[in-house]
Design a protein around this ligand. Sequence first.
Ligand SMILES: NC(=O)c1ccc[n+]([C@@H]2O[C@H](COP(=O)([O-])OP(=O)(O)OC[C@H]3O[C@@H](n4cnc5c(N)ncnc54)[C@H](O)[C@@H]3O)[C@@H](O)[C@H]2O)c1
Length: 441
Amino acid sequence: MEYQIKDATGKLGILMPGLGAVATTFIAGVAAINKGFSQPVGSLTQMGNIRLGKRTENRYPLIKDFVPLAQLKDLVFGGWDVYTDNVYEAALNAKVLEPALLQSIRPELEALKPMQAVFDRDYVKNLDGVNVKQKNTKWELAQALIEDIRRFKEENNCERLVMVWCASTEKYIEETDVHQTITAFETGLRNNDENIAPSMIYAYAAISSHVPFANGAPNLSCDIPALIDLAKELNVPLAGKDFKTGQTLMKTIVAPGLQARALGVRGWFSSNILGNRDGLVLDDPDNFKTKEVSKLSVLEEILNADINPELYGDLYHKVRINYYPPHGDNKESWDNIDIFGWLGYQMQIKINFLCRDSILAAPIVLDLALFMDLAQRAEMGGIQEWLSFYFKSPQTAPGLKPEHDIFKQLIKLQNTLRHIMGEDLITHLGLDYYQDLVEAL
Ligand SMILES: NC(=O)c1ccc[n+]([C@@H]2O[C@H](COP(=O)([O-])OP(=O)(O)OC[C@H]3O[C@@H](n4cnc5c(N)ncnc54)[C@H](O)[C@@H]3O)[C@@H](O)[C@H]2O)c1
């Protein structure tokens, strides 16, 4: 199939429900980079290379020079929050970036004020803000969001928009009848069905407005049949769930290595302490459950006890998150990994990661926004599984197991880019050009 990718001309608006630590670190970061104060470290689109052709050809362009992506200077930002703080105030409160850095880009951050949120305390008990839309039905709330999206696009003179969910993790819910079809979902919106979460209303508003939607939190959001069908029908890209940062990033780097060398894993105990607002929200057991489910699936999928019970059949995996205010956004995680090798001899690995959550998440928001926009211009609607690289709990077609191994995810992402640009896929076989090299000698 030939892809006709439309040019990335004009402005790209990035809309974010939730202007908290992650979103403000992302927005302030792009502003600082555009002023030449810093570099987009951690962003694959900006600083990552991609190999093209055979190794002997020595072609390794930057990804942003290979695929037509929106440029950082063409990005504009907007969002919703339950608090009225502008982005400068919210970034100061988040305490991720230094006040001096924020001061240097203060006017553009202060100009960004959150639109009124669609919020339901039943889904996030530990927050209580006033900047919230008041309507009689969820249907009216969805229409109000659609109007926000339309107005934002017009006022900011945007050519295209994408939406990335950067708001709090909602309480754990499972799919019910209202999530199964578009008709049931729209009836549910009109009847205020309690199983329709605010994040689903944002996703519905985005998709209905032909705006790609990526979900950075573990809540279901766009991962329900009704919204998947709507996205397919309107050919709008969707992706989720839960930005892959911190401990899970480490897990999906280390576990594939152990599995690749056929080393056994008997136990993996992961604990975290963090003190930001995300930590406060996750202090509620219902919200933690959503995160726990997302974090737990990773190891089981990579190690796959079903096909290798001798090595992974007894795996005991536990994840703990504790709210600890003194650490703020500087999350600390400990992993104790009990492994075994030749003849069953036991060994241990300890990982103590002193990370900065939002510093790891901000470049993911950037890459997702740019790649979702690329997908839209390439007319690739529906679930974008090639973006699994960025997620803890990748959204896949119903019935398909997600791929968690970060290296396989990267190969898939890069091959997708090669594919849509008409370049040869890379299999890493190499035998073909070994033969050529031998003959050339
Ligand atoms: N930082 C990371 O490394 C990381 C990794 C994976 C996932 N996440 C997820 O990303 C999300 C954002 O993380 P954060 O650290 O910025 O959290 P945060 O608490 O600093 O920001 C979230 C913001 O969302 C707002 N909000 C909550 N419900 C809303 C709604 N319905 N509409 C609009 N705004 C709403 C809150 O008021 C808050 O300002 C969380 O769900 C978190 O679990 C973060």
